[in-house]
Design a protein around this ligand. Structure first.
Ligand code: ASP
Length: 350
């Protein structure tokens, strides 16, 4: 038996557009600068990969996604342009998406097979190789803030469940009623996934059977000191067994950053990303074989993962500001502002 959310009346019947951000690209990015001098900054974000084809989204929904991605990019880029750290930038970008019901992270997270929301997140700093991660938290409004607190305020790398929540309270982080995470859209997706179950086993309908996509959010950034950081936050996968932990909080699987190579955040079918140690493998290929970030990312996402049957994609960034965002699914919500200040937001394979 799965439980009903406590506040059935708090249904989100329409996806509300985040307040439009007054984000003039030229104003935000400053004068174009194509050199690689210190002081150059860059940020890349994703809001999930999956079967996202042109025509699948209504114009209104597509506009809402683009607006939310732009708002997240802007939040992170402003931090970088003001001389803030890549760590601050990835947290700022991810928190915008955690707060948006459009994405499977924070508000809008998918439901477990028990009808609960269990959230995972991780963050890593490329300069120090410090990392923090949380798994299976149910009452922390911003799991990425908690992951950062684990990294900076505890001697540990990963904390889970009730203990992680107690730590969140100790740290003064915002605690919410579990009903905060409820959205009708995700609840309906769980019902559809359950209806498609045929036997006593939980069917691996991890993806939302309605829109067939993953919705994890993530960000990677390069700050003016030349430091990389990566952050990922997720509700996991629809109809996941309670207690299941995905790749997002596993350092080296869904999240990794190392100034010697690159920063990576992933989205996709986590079980495959864990077994392929995707994020670390990409960075290791860059470090050990000296190949480009694009080649390393393509090898792992478009070859290794595909051979295993793992669907999804990644965003990545190196210290030179090179960006690679391969995905082997139909689409991936993604955006970037590169070192020249050019902003790109894309959804489809285009
Ligand atoms: N990678 C996430 C997980 O397996 C799902 C996603 O990308 O949406 O938990």
């Amino acid at each position: 038996m799965f439980r009903l959310p406590r506040i059935q009346s708090a249904l989100l019947t329409t996806l509300t557009l985040a307040p439009a951000v007054a984000f003039a690209l030229t104003g935000c990015a400053g004068a174009p600068n194509t050199t690689s001098e210190p002081g150059d900054v860059a940020i890349v974000i994703h809001g999930g990969a999956g079967t996202i084809r042109r025509g699948d989204l209504t114009p209104e929904l597509e506009a809402a996604y683009r607006s939310a991605l732009e708002e997240a990019l802007s939040a992170g880029h402003v931090v970088l342009r003001q001389g803030g750290s890549s760590l601050d930038a990835v947290v700022a970008a991810v928190q915008v998406m955690e707060d948006s019901p459009l994405f499977n992270a924070g508000k809008g997270a998918v439901f477990t097979s028990e009808g609960t929301n269990e959230l995972d997140a991780a963050i890593m700093e490329g300069k120090t190789l410090m990392a923090g991660a949380v798994a299976g938290v149910r009452r922390v409004k911003s799991p990425i803030a908690l992951a950062r607190a684990v990294m900076e305020q505890s001697p540990h790398v990963m904390m889970a469940g009730a203990g992680a929540e107690t730590f969140a309270m100790d740290q003064g982080l915002e605690i919410v009623d579990p009903a905060y995470f409820f959205t009708q859209r995700r609840w309906d997706a769980l019902q559809r996934a359950k209806a498609e179950e045929t036997g006593p086993q939980v069917t691996a309908h991890f993806r939302d059977p309605d829109d067939k996509k993953f919705g994890t959010v993530g960000a990677v950034a390069l700050d003016s000191d030349g430091n990389l950081a990566a952050a990922t936050s997720t509700g996991g996968m629809t109809n996941k067994k309670f207690g299941r932990i995905g790749d997002a909080p596993i350092i080296g699987a869904g999240t990794y950053a190392n100034n010697k190579s690159c920063a990576v955040s992933a989205t996709g079918h986590g079980e495959y990303f864990i077994r392929a140690t995707v994020a670390h493998d990409i960075c290791a290929r860059v470090a050990y074989s000296g190949i480009s970030l694009q080649q390393a990312a393509d090898e792992v996402v478009m070859k290794e993962l595909v051979e295993m049957g793992g669907e999804g994609g990644i965003i990545s960034l190196d210290r030179q500001g090179n960006i690679a965002t391969p995905f082997n699914s139909e689409g991936m919500y993604r955006g970037s502002i590169d070192k020249t200040g050019k902003m790109v937001i894309q959804i489809y394979r285009d």
